[in-house]
Design a protein around this ligand. Structure first.
Ligand SMILES: NC(=O)c1ccc[n+]([C@@H]2O[C@H](COP(=O)([O-])OP(=O)(O)OC[C@H]3O[C@@H](n4cnc5c(N)ncnc54)[C@H](O)[C@@H]3O)[C@@H](O)[C@H]2O)c1
Length: 248
């Protein structure tokens, strides 16, 4: 896929990884569509001829359907869809030390599954349907995590990311005949505000030391992986692990 001729949609482009990728893509893509639910973050996005942003809560199926249709109708389509928006949530299945509510909260479980998994399904189904209608080839890129392999204290997060990897395989098999690829990228620990917010300093340095090359990933390195999976038309259905060797 030629990035310079691609119209690229990315969810959660208001901050963190999604923001870095969206802004980096502006230098090389034809158009970048950002879907973001946080109005303040949307307002902070730079004014740029190639950047079109939409306030959209991707957990709302009807809203997603309308926004994707409007992008296809108004801007001539989407060639690359990056399902990036997600929340990192840690909570044990059972916390015997808790005074009450020892079990994992059902509300938290549903919230994580809604954003990290259901929204990926809503977005991808609408993007794929419109790509097929217009006979356009394309790529769906799902941002997973090393937690897809199972991670202590992250039932909901790990389940959502493992499911997203399963969807990438399933969709690559279903959509290949329409020249639509689907891939996943599983980052390890990257240098982002969300990584720092979700881990204590002690845990962060423990994880960092566990990485054979001894450091967090840089967002430039993640962007280079995104570029690779978009450009390489023979990369399909697989998850690219980008974790400095942490999961070897
Ligand atoms: N940060 C890391 O090191 C790391 C590691 C592995 C995987 N990941 C994955 O990368 C992705 C991005 O992570 P991040 O660290 O940049 O997160 P982040 O919290 O910094 O950014 C997430 C973005 O998604 C948006 N968003 C959340 N819910 C939304 C909704 N319902 N509708 C629309 N937008 C919504 C947020 O407003 C925010 O802009 C996530 O899928 C995460 O699981 C991150």
């Amino acid at each position: 896929m030629n990035i310079s001729a691609s119209k690229i949609l990315i969810t959660g482009g208001g901050k963190g990884i999604g923001n870095f990728i969206a802004l980096s893509l502006l230098d090389i893509a034809e158009k970048v569509f950002v879907l973001e639910n946080n109005e303040k973050l949307l307002n902070n996005l730079p004014k740029h001829a190639k950047l079109i942003s939409y306030q959209c809560d991707i957990t709302q199926p009807e809203t997603v359907e309308n926004v994707i249709k409007s992008i296809f109708d108004t801007h001539g389509g989407i060639n690359v869809c990056i399902n990036n928006a997600g929340i990192i949530h840690s909570e044990p299945l059972v916390n015997i030390l808790a005074a009450k509510d020892k079990k994992h909260s059902i509300r938290n479980w549903e919230n994580v599954i809604n954003i990290n998994l259901n929204a990926v399904f809503y977005i991808s189904a609408n993007v794929a349907e419109n790509m097929i209608k217009r006979k356009e080839k394309g790529v769906i890129v799902n941002i997973s995590s090393i937690s897809a392999q199972g991670n202590i204290g992250q039932s909901a997060y790990a389940a959502s990311k493992a499911a997203v990897e399963a969807l990438s395989k399933t969709w690559s098999k279903e959509l290949g005949m329409y020249k639509i690829r689907c891939v996943a990228i599983a980052p390890g620990f990257f240098d982002t505000p969300s990584t720092k917010a979700s881990l204590s300093e002690h845990m962060l340095s423990k994880w960092q030391n566990a990485v054979p090359i001894g450091r967090l990933g840089k967002l430039e390195e993640l962007f280079s992986a995104i570029k690779f999976v978009i450009e390489n038309d023979y990369f399909n259905g697989k998850t690219l692990s980008l974790d400095g060797g942490l999961t070897i």
